[in-house]
Write a protein that binds this ligand. Structure first.
Ligand code: SF4
Length: 464
């Protein structure tokens, strides 16, 4: 499972290329396939490449890149990455040069592209971000930026945290439901907008606040301007940011991610207790959850699995068969900890189930007496349409299967997931303020063939 991207924007009284590089490196966990930046120096210029941040900018001397305003992006694609689909993208429009970087998915993008092509726009990148630029440039013919962005937002469905530039002006925009995170900070010499607060920390800055759902923020070296453009009745923050995607040291919508994961572990221990000798986290994703489970249960925590940090994340690898082989190379048990022991294995989620099955097999192979699996999210039963790499029900082990069936499929002595209510309690927000689409099958945005959460009575949704 993977997040689709991370975005950043900086406006400063100093050159920003190196600062954007640092911020993107802090956001590397959100996308490892490509990275790019657009910097304004008399005109907008693009610097982009494939690979991790260090590789992507290998051919550029960042010290020589001039420009005090810019945006950046780290990229993950379900398809193969090519230089063309790396972001930001830059388009010369009638309203001036525009560059945009996007975290999320516009669910009605095909329809929008068709309409724009009928109106005479020729797509050179062919992606949804290009459609957003054309919508914006068309609206800017008759309106100022505030009204133009508002008009564009009315057309967009789906999830989006954008950073974008209109000539030398720098903006951040968050979708009206706040599905994806976006925050605002102060750094030495200027201001920053980023997907996660760790990017602000990495630059020694201070978090000012989250960008509000439906809010457009323009940053300058001296300050920021806020335009509250769309006020939705509901919010729908992606709960998985707290469970897995975001870095544990980030603070999202006022809630520290590490604390949520620890609370999830504690609640999981209360909901599904088990007698065992050791709690073993799956590194690194299950670590904070395991710490909480250990604290609550009193069962000691042990690093029973070691991670090879030099192997690419399994989901980047192209086929299921290669993914399966590489699990053993990526994780290896510490025999002295698992041999003859009852082990509670903790992770944040089970998506395809391939990795979990292999790990349970490995622990048994190395002498574990019992292997109990505890999971820090409810079963993922439905796809995500908002930018996470789990797009079909066939990919999901829990879709159409009972917990007992999954337990048998992964070969565990017992398997239990945190409840939806338990997870919501750990996050500490109202249930109505979270997107729970992939664990309830009811979505905060209208998706053809799926249940729309806000159309159903809220009582019905709460009963799940
Ligand atoms: S469907 Fe799941 S992964 Fe996708 S945005 Fe909603 S909560 Fe997050």
């Amino acid at each position: 499972m993977n997040e689709r991207c991370g975005v950043v924007a900086i406006s400063s009284n100093k050159n920003v290329a190196q600062e954007i590089y640092v911020a993107l490196t802090a956001l590397q966990h959100r996308g490892q396939e490509a990275a790019g930046m657009a910097i304004y120096d008399e005109k907008l210029k693009l610097y982009r490449g494939l690979g991790l941040v260090g590789e992507a900018f290998r051919d550029f001397n960042l010290e020589e890149i001039k420009g005090k305003r810019g945006i950046g992006h780290v990229y993950y694609s379900i398809k193969m990455s090519t230089q063309e689909n790396v972001q930001p993208i830059l388009i010369h429009t009638s309203a001036g040069d525009m560059a945009i970087a996007h975290n999320g998915i516009i669910t009605n993008s095909e329809k929008l592209k068709e309409e724009l092509m009928e109106e005479g726009h020729n797509f050179s990148y062919g992606n949804e971000e290009e459609a957003v630029i054309y919508l914006l440039s068309d609206n800017l013919k008759e309106r100022g930026i505030e009204k133009a962005v508002k008009a564009v937002m009315k057309k967009l469905q789906g999830s989006y945290s954008f950073t974008f530039m209109l000539k030398n002006r720098v903006f951040g925009l968050r979708d009206p439901l706040g599905i994806k995170p976006l925050c605002l900070g102060k750094i030495d010499g200027g201001h920053i907008i980023a997907s996660e607060s760790v990017a602000i920390d990495a630059l020694g800055g201070e978090i000012i606040r989250d960008v509000e759902p439906g809010e457009l923020v323009e940053i300058t070296p001296e300050g920021y301007k806020s335009y509250k453009l769309v006020e939705e009745k509901h919010r729908a923050h992606c709960f998985f940011e707290y469970v897995y995607f975001a870095r544990a040291d980030s603070v999202i919508d006022g809630v520290e991610v590490y604390g949520v994961r620890e609370r999830i572990g504690r609640i999981l221990a209360r909901e599904h207790p088990v007698e065992a000798d050791f709690i073993v986290p799956i590194p690194d994703s299950g670590r904070a959850h395991a710490y909480g489970f250990s604290k609550e249960s009193g069962i000691p925590l042990a690093e029973g699995l070691m991670k090879n940090r030099y192997i690419a994340r399994t989901f980047i690898l192209p086929t299921q068969s290669i993914r399966e082989k590489l699990v053993r190379l990526k994780l290896n048990p510490v025999k002295g900890i698992v041999k003859g022991k009852r082990v509670v294995l903790i992770d944040d989620s089970i998506v395809r189930g391939t990795t979990m099955k292999k790990i349970v097999e490995m622990l048994r192979h190395h002498g574990a007496k019992e292997v109990h699996v505890r999971i820090g999210s409810p079963p993922i039963i439905a796809p995500c349409y908002f930018g996470i790499d789990m797009t079909t029900r066939e990919q999901l082990m829990a879709s159409g299967k009972s917990v007992k069936e999954i337990e048998a499929a992964i070969g565990a002595d017992s398997l239990a997931y945190i409840s939806i209510d338990g997870m919501v309690e750990a996050i500490g927000m109202e249930k109505e303020g979270l997107c729970l689409g992939c664990v309830t099958g009811e979505y905060p945005v209208k998706i053809e063939g799926e249940k729309y959460r806000f159309q159903e009575s809220l009582e019905r949704w709460e009963e799940d």
